[in-house]
Design a protein around this ligand. Structure first.
Ligand code: ITT
Length: 196
């Protein structure tokens, strides 16, 4: 049997890797940078999802061979003018602290009637230090008033996708992966790689 082609995900977020692996693990050997101690920390100095995704994919593909895929993602809330957006992972003041991020979001949304929001994902495919292509995916929904559900990560307990009455954290990975921002961007990545 032929070994699967390798796809390296330029992330240290184990939840992203798990979702991506669940969606494409039968076609690629999905690894992330935590498997490669030689990978540098990439500073996310961009002001857009695309800039940050490009920094991560190009930075990692300078030190690892083959296809490198990055994912820069976040939550845009209409009533907050699109915040937290690219700053989603540190909204509560501490990078990667989901509990603080969610508490901060709930506080800012207190009393808000208009609760529309979307998750956005931009993925960049790079090789040898250069972007080859980029892809986006979004999912529309709204922010509830108290966290619900124990699955997923990040803002999943506060986000109900349009057409559903449960949060991503209640719906779970299988349903989330059929409609999420990440799955929509990833479908385009797969189509691109299939035609390479
Ligand atoms: P890497 O940069 O290492 O990939 P990260 O978690 O810092 O990991 P981002 O900079 O792209 O990734 O920030 C993404 C943040 O957006 C993440 O920490 C969550 O707060 C939020 N987010 C993105 N996708 C999400 C999802 O599917 N469900 C819930 N929250 C999500």
């Amino acid at each position: 049997m032929q070994p699967l082609p390798r796809l390296i995900i330029a992330t240290r977020n184990a939840h992203k890797t798990a979702e991506i692996r669940a969606m494409i693990g039968a076609r690629f050997e999905v690894l992330d940078v935590t498997c490669f101690p030689e990978c540098p920390e990439i500073e996310e100095t961009g002001t857009t999802f695309l800039e940050n995704a490009r920094l991560k994919a190009e930075g990692i593909s300078r030190v690892l061979e083959g296809w490198v895929l990055s994912d820069d993602s976040g939550l845009e809330v209409d009533a907050l003018g699109g915040a937290p957006g690219v700053w989603s992972s540190s909204f509560g003041g501490q990078e990667g602290n989901n509990a603080l991020n969610n508490a901060c979001l709930l506080e800012k949304m207190e009393g808000q009637k208009h609760r529309g929001a979307r998750f956005c994902c931009t993925m960049v495919l790079a090789r040898e230090g250069l972007e080859q292509a980029h892809f986006t995916g979004t999912v529309e929904g709204w922010i509830i008033e108290e966290p619900r559900g124990g699955q997923g990560f990040g803002y999943d307990p506060l986000f109900i996708p349009d057409g559903f009455d449960q949060t991503f954290a209640e719906l779970g990975e299988r349903v989330k992966n059929t409609l999420s921002h990440r799955s929509r961007a990833l479908a385009k990545v797969i189509d691109y790689l299939d035609h390479c």
